[in-house]
Design a protein. Structure first.
Length: 264
């Protein structure tokens, strides 16, 4: 696992954006096949998306040959609802870049058959050639996507019941009313994420510090589903100093030394 530590959220977010853009450009230079990316929502990726938008407008990267798959979507929330992940993605990214509409994939939380929707999502990923890079965040309890603690590390896209704690955290988007937060969501599984060629996790702020420490230094466990990244051959956690705050001093020094040696 590679860990990149920057002084602040802006530095970490920009690093992530530039890494994503570089990977898109590297594949475009050697192949006509589309770059397939997994995307996340929430407050964490917003600055990364802002930088990607800037890069697209500046001609530094293009999403014309990119296929995206979002991690999750609430069950029963109308697509046009301002807090649906459909709305989020168009507001913060898709409305501002050149990715073709037909290349955008977001789970349908209002599908008549949710099980079939999840199965078809997995099939669509395979048909696209598999995910080159999955870009995600990390929950305060160490979850990735909506794979709450004790989710199977072999899980695939499925219906998830959200814990009360997760709904409380997300209630800030729903007038701070936990009762307005949907109780279920569709989510890619841990194994879906780990099947990607690369996984890039962004963690920002002191509230994520415990989860970052557990995912890096703790055991490989379904209690902290991001810890599954320990078994991935190309996993990266990008964090700011606050999110790295609970790492052991020697761990922090090690990762900073590796960064310096590699010129990151």
């Amino acid at each position: 696992m590679k860990v990149i530590i920057r002084n602040d959220s802006k530095g970490a977010s920009v690093w992530a954006a530039h890494y994503i853009a570089r990977k898109i450009n590297e594949k475009a230079a050697v192949s006509d096949k589309p770059f397939v990316i997994g995307l996340c929502t929430g407050s964490t990726p917003i600055e990364t998306y802002e930088e990607l938008i800037r890069m697209v407008k500046a001609g530094e990267v293009s999403f014309k040959n990119v296929i995206s798959f979002n991690m999750d979507e609430y069950v029963g929330l109308p697509v046009e609802h301002p807090e649906s992940y459909h709305s989020f993605m168009y507001k913060y990214l898709f409305n501002h870049i050149d990715e073709p509409e037909e290349n955008i994939h977001i789970l349908n939380g209002n599908a008549p058959d949710l099980k079939a929707e999840c199965e078809n999502y997995e099939k669509a990923i395979v048909e696209a050639g598999g995910i080159d890079l999955f870009f995600g965040g990390i929950g305060e309890d160490g979850h990735i996507a909506f794979n709450e603690p004790f989710s199977s590390l072999q899980s695939r896209t499925r219906v998830m019941t959200l814990t009360y704690d997760t709904r409380v955290v997300n209630s800030r988007f729903f007038d701070n009313d936990v009762n307005k937060v949907p109780k279920q969501a569709l989510s890619v599984g841990v194994a879906t994420v780990l099947s990607a060629q690369e996984v890039l996790i962004l963690a920002l702020g002191s509230k994520k510090a415990r989860a970052v420490a557990e995912s890096i230094e703790g055991p490989y466990s379904h209690y902290c589903t991001v810890s599954s990244l320990q078994a991935h051959p190309a996993g990266i956690i990008v964090c700011d100093d606050l999110a790295a705050g609970e790492l052991k001093v020697n761990s922090y020094r090690y990762f900073k030394a590796v960064e310096e040696a590699e010129g990151e």
